[in-house]
Each structure stands twice: as C-alpha cells, then as structure tokens.
Write a protein that binds this ligand. Sequence first.
Ligand SMILES: Cc1cc2nc3c(=O)[nH]c(=O)nc-3n(C[C@H](O)[C@H](O)[C@H](O)COP(=O)(O)OP(=O)(O)OC[C@H]3O[C@@H](n4cnc5c(N)ncnc54)[C@H](O)[C@@H]3O)c2cc1C
Ligand code: SF4
Length: 499
Amino acid sequence: MAREHLVDEADYVIIGTGAGGATAARVLTEAGLEVLMLEEGPHLAAKDRPRELVDAMATSFRDFGTFTTAGTRPFPLLQGRMVGGSTAINSGIIWRMPEDVRLDWTKRFGLGELVEEKALDRIFTQIEEELSVSDTPAEIYGGNVEKMAEACKIMGLPGKPMRRNMKGCEGSAECLQGCAKERRQSMDVSYIPRSLAKGGRLHALARVDEVLIEGGRAVGVRGSLLHRDTRKVRGTFHVRARRGVIVSAGVIHTPVILRRSGLAGLVGDRFQAHPGTAVVGRFGEPVGMGFGATQGYEVPMRDKGLKLESLSLPPEMLATRLPGAGVEWQERLAEMDHYAQWCAIVRMKAHGKVRPSFGGGISVKFVPLQDDLDRAQYAAALLCKMMFAAGATEVYPGISGRPEVLNSVDEVKLIEEGKMRQGDFHFMASHLFGTACASSDPKTGAVDANLESHDVRGLYVMDASVFPTNLGVNPQHSIMAVVFHASEKLANAANSVAA
Ligand SMILES: Cc1cc2nc3c(=O)[nH]c(=O)nc-3n(C[C@H](O)[C@H](O)[C@H](O)COP(=O)(O)OP(=O)(O)OC[C@H]3O[C@@H](n4cnc5c(N)ncnc54)[C@H](O)[C@@H]3O)c2cc1C
Ligand code: SF4
C-alpha cells in the first residue's frame, strides 16, 4: 500500500495535547493565531473509550502503563497517550502552585516574570471558572473517602475533600478509563474542542520525530503518521511553522524530541517526580469502592513533602493487590466490596536523567534518595494506622520483606522499624517534572522565562518539563497556568509585530 505523505503549515505547531499543549492551543487560537496540534495518540470521543480497564489502558496509556525507570529496581511512570494527554486519564485533582514554590522559582531560577503573583492569581481563577473547579461534594464521597475522612477525624489529621475540575461528577470511580459522561473537564473535552471551535486544527496519530532548525531558528517539524489500530507507521508528514514550534510532549518525550533535533546541554537533566505507594485495608462491612469520586479526599503534609490521597481502583486492578494464594486469596477475593485503598505521594528530592537510547527507546535514570525512602516508609506506616483507626480488620502494606498482612495497629511497628530500600516499595509515578527546565540563566535552564529555548529561536517548551523543581502537590493546574501565562505573552508579542 502506498505510504501517505502529509504537508501542512501553521503559525504555531504544537507537539502534544496534554495539560501544556492544549492550554497553549486554547490561548493562541483565541488570540487569532493559526495553531496546528500534532498528537501521537488517537482522538477518542468519550463514547469510544473502552470501559474495561485493560482495553482502556491499551487505548489511552503509553505502552499500556508499562513504561518504567531504568535499572535493577524499575518502577512505572504513567503517562497518557491520546488527545488530551495525561489529563484524559487523570483524576481531575486541582491545586494551585504553592507560594513557597513560586518564591523559590523567582529567587533561584529568575522566573519572577513567568510566575508573577497577580498574573498567576488571575489565570488560576480563570482556569478554575473555565474548567468548573469545585470541592468534591459529600454525595459522591463513596465509602473509600468516608473511611479516610473518619480516620482523619479520629487521628486529628488535616484531611479535606479534594478540589477537582468536574461538572456534575456522578462518582462512577472510573476516571482512569476516561469519563464516559464527560463530567471531568480534561483537555480532550475542554480546551481542545474550544480551540478547534475557534479555528485551531489537530492531526492525531501524528508522532513528531524531529524539530527542523534552520539558521538557529525552529522552522517546522517532521514525523510519522501512525496506523489507528496497529500504531505502525503508515506515512510521514512535514509541517512548516511560520512563527514557532511549541514542544508539549510531556516530561519524558519532550527532552527526547529536543535531543533528537540536535539540542544538548541540560536537556533531559533534572528529571523529578512524586512517586507514590498505596495501602489496602479490609473492613468487616462493605466499603463500596465502586462508587464515589476516583479520588475525592486528601491529607496535605507539605512540611514532610508528603500528600495522602484516597484512590479507588477498578476491581481487576484491586484484585492484584490482595495478598495470599489459593483458598486464602479466593476468600479475600469473595469480599471485593470490603476494601479501601489510600496512597501517599512523595515529593522526592532525587534528580534523574532522561535520554534517548538505542533503537528508538528512552532511558529514565532515577534512584530515590534514602531520605525519600524514609518519608515513603513514614507515610506507608501512617496509612496503615489510619486504616486501623477507621476500623480495618486487616491491612495490606504492599511492602517487600515486611508482613503481607497486618492484623492490628500494634503490628504497624513492623513497617516502621529498620531502613527500607527502593526495591521494597511498589512505587508508581504519574507526576513528572523537569528535563527542559526554565531559568533566566542558560547555565541552569534549557528555556528562558518566556519558555523559549536559550539556543534556538522560535522553539518553545510548554509542559511540565519546564518546571525546575517538583511541587509537592498535583501538577496539572500549575502546568496549565504557567503555559497560559507564557502563551499570552507569546500571543501579545506575535500580534504586536503583526500590527
Ligand atoms: C493516571 C494519572 C493520574 C493523574 N492524576 C492527576 C490529578 O488528578 N491531578 C493532577 O494535577 N495531575 C494528575 N496527573 C498528572 C497530570 O495529568 C500531568 O502532570 C499533566 O497532564 C502533564 O501535562 P504535560 O502537558 O506535561 O504532558 P501530558 O499531559 O502527558 O501530554 C503530553 C502529550 O504529548 C504526546 N506526545 C508525546 N510524544 C509525542 C510526539 N513525539 N509527537 C506527538 N505527540 C507526542 C503524548 O501522547 C501526550 O498526549 C495524573 C497523571 C496520570 C498519568
Ligand atoms: S468519578 Fe466517574 S463521573 Fe466522576 S469524573 Fe471520574 S469518571 Fe467522571
């Protein structure tokens, strides 16, 4: 069969349609600029997204959720790969950028203009209005959240309902599979359709392989058209960018595209994350994890670089967390409705590196520091205590080398004692940062305070890669706000030149 070759052009070409790319498209299109979005994953309407978890992961997660850090103790780095990026599979949790982070970026990285207080406040408020951000209402707490709220009350912990970007969430606990009724205001149902309605354009199943640079300026991109079902290459494309190229392919893929396009230096360095670990509790009475907001309640512990969250899982995933074998496991399986699950995310201090590797692969080197592991251990033990406080009869800490089942709060000391190693936890990370950091000083950043490359004119990075530090809170709101601000400045500059 003949291979297709697509040729196109636009003012701005945006690579990736997640929190960063979709927000850039939203702002630039509405400023009257011609925008073309290129997305490696498919464009799926809510009705076409599979409800079964396995099919959903095959369709909308990168590599079926199996992409991991390199080395002998790998752990998964979850990323979305469809129009909407990781927002299409996330839980909708919204947090403004903490003030200490804003001040740190201003002081250490010269980003005062990018994260200027008044501008960010205005933009956070606007995004919250546009994406219907509100507290999770009590009617859709569900048993998982109610148990966590009860534990917080008993133990005097500062628990609270999460703020989420949703319009009439019905508590189907299926955010991972995508929201069937489009209640969650992820980018695929909010900023992308908004941009398309105002003249923005989108090619899905279009993977950018390289940014084209001529005379020190980004002039376009080239890449591969992918087959919808097999994802094999079925053709090529070449897109000319009249004004600039915006790379928003996420923390793992942005630095790889940049390096494959000839950029070097700090690109791919300072990779950071909030890896998490989860604890399951079994209760005498039904908990009903199948109903409620996928994530609805949280305990921020910023001074410790920790955040505890309720996290409901579909039964096929929860079953893999139940300990035992044979009759013992079957007996636990028979009580599928009796479990609660909560997780802790850790603001890790470790820095790693992302690099393209041989054969088109990607290597992510990231090893948590002992201090990171100590805090994960503290959080896991605290979650176990909270489960018992809420009335759990058994708790499954999910930590290698420690008891699989705790039967009383006295046994939590078996989790608290001794030092843990990285391989002891079943970490997973979905909050990723760094790899094309912003800094006004080219010695400490790949892009400047306008998110333009220090080395190549007309080349911008607009996603979580530009974050010079991790946040300690859920990142999508901060990504959208920072990109919103940088895109407004870009649009103003472009329009003032045109005028
Ligand atoms: C399961 C899960 C749950 C989460 N829950 C929350 C939450 O509740 N609240 C919160 O604040 N954050 C949450 N996050 C994190 C949040 O979704 C991400 O931090 C955010 O979406 C990152 O935005 P981004 O623009 O950097 O990248 P992404 O949103 O990941 O978008 C990158 C896009 O680029 C595309 N792409 C990559 N390479 C190419 C290429 N070569 N060519 C074309 N396209 C390409 C990808 O397919 C993807 O669509 C969650 C993440 C996951 C995975
Ligand atoms: S819990 Fe269900 S209804 Fe609510 S936002 Fe998530 S998928 Fe949509």
